[in-house]
Design a protein around this ligand. Structure first.
Ligand SMILES: [Zn+2]
Ligand SMILES: [Zn+2]
Length: 255
């Protein structure tokens, strides 16, 4: 095992799992995985057709029948500042449960494990970026959340993803505000609050790099968009977003 992965795996969970935290199934002794095999295989993966920019799957294939590069209504109306976003699966069912276990029940080691899924997704969706001058970074957690949890799940995810990919990792962003704007706010309201929320730690770290920006969930895309704008102002060549989950596109009247 790579020394960094070994170190990340050694971060103690608040409740050391001896069984799969999702289904309660025993995990064989000596098995280093935190999740049982059947739960890993049962995750609902997102598949095309999806919006080529934000990666959220379309509810209907009709949207693509005439224009293969058809964007979702949100991306058409307000193109994001990042090149693309891709998520492993929807924020529903067992994936949602998994994210909540990591964030609210103190299972950071699950984030380490999910780095392998994110690295596979990156290889499938961003092959040119990985082979170029890439840098994996993360959306930083709010300071009061960090004080509460003692770990930053997006940072652990990003470090693990970088190790699996064999790509450099660095923290590049600082967060100004305390907590994030509520996810229940509309996208324009979130965007407004997020203006000036993030700043770059060092322009040197990101200048000329193709950035892979990791977070746990892509909601409206406004947080990733705010981070991407800062990274590009600091000289990043491109920003591609990678998350475990995306929220589900609401059906629009014009579809
Ligand atoms: Zn299980
Ligand atoms: Zn979109």
């Amino acid at each position: 095992m790579h020394p960094l992965l070994k170190f990340l795996s050694a971060i103690p969970d608040i409740f050391l799992p001896k069984s799969c935290p999702l289904c309660g199934e025993d995990i064989p002794p000596g098995e280093s995985k935190a999740l049982c095999e059947s739960c890993r295989e049962s995750f609902d993966r997102s598949r095309p057709p999806w919006c080529p920019t934000c990666g959220k799957p379309f509810r209907s294939e009709a949207a693509l029948s005439h224009t293969p590069d058809h964007l979702c209504a949100e991306c058409r109306e307000r193109p994001p500042s990042f090149e693309a976003a891709r998520a492993f699966g929807p924020y529903e069912g067992s994936l949602r449960e998994l994210i909540q276990l990591i964030k609210f029940r103190g299972y950071p080691s699950l984030a380490t494990e999910l780095g392998s899924e994110l690295s596979r997704l990156a290889l499938e969706e961003y092959p040119d970026i990985i082979s170029g001058d890439a840098l994996v970074t993360h959306v930083p957690i709010a300071r009061d959340r960090w004080r509460e949890r003692g770990f930053d799940q997006a940072k652990i995810l990003a470090q693990s993803t970088a190790v699996h990919l064999g790509v450099a990792f660095a923290s590049t962003l600082e967060r100004g505000g305390s907590t994030s704007p509520q996810t229940s706010l509309s996208a324009p309201a979130r965007r407004k609050i997020l203006q000036g929320f993030f700043s770059a730690i060092s322009m040197e770290r990101v200048s000329g790099k193709n950035i892979i920006l990791v977070d746990d969930v892509l909601t409206t895309g406004s947080t990733a968009g705010a981070c991407s704008r800062v990274l590009k102002k600091s000289g990043a060549a491109s920003v591609c977003v990678l998350t475990i989950c995306h929220t589900v596109i609401q059906k629009r009247a014009n579809w």
